[in-house]
Design a binder for this molecule. Structure first.
Ligand SMILES: [Zn+2]
Length: 89
């Protein structure tokens, strides 16, 4: 009564696939850690009452910007604090 319906040769990832998956995983992990760091930072700023203000100029961050990037650290004039990967256009 042994169930033998399971494939006896499951699709095995090649070393190349494994390397690609590993690189993707590392990139995703780094991105997730960055997001967690940003969220922690935003929560700290909520606690100290500075959430929603630019860390560089102290001005208010546009609500639309916060809607798109709730953990934004800077206003639209100083996007480098929020989007280090994309930067200014
Ligand atoms: Zn600013």
């Amino acid at each position: 009564m042994t169930d033998t319906s399971a494939p006896d040769d499951p699709v095995a990832a090649s070393d190349e696939d494994a390397a690609t998956i590993g690189a993707d995983y590392e990139a995703l992990l780094a991105e997730a850690e960055q997001v967690l760091d940003d969220v922690d930072h935003a929560l700290a700023r909520l606690d100290d009452g500075t959430y929603g203000t630019c860390e560089l100029c102290g001005g208010p961050i546009d609500p639309g910007r916060l809607a798109g990037h709730p953990a934004a650290r800077s206003c639209e004039r100083h996007p480098q604090l929020t989007d280090p990967a994309t930067g200014p256009a």
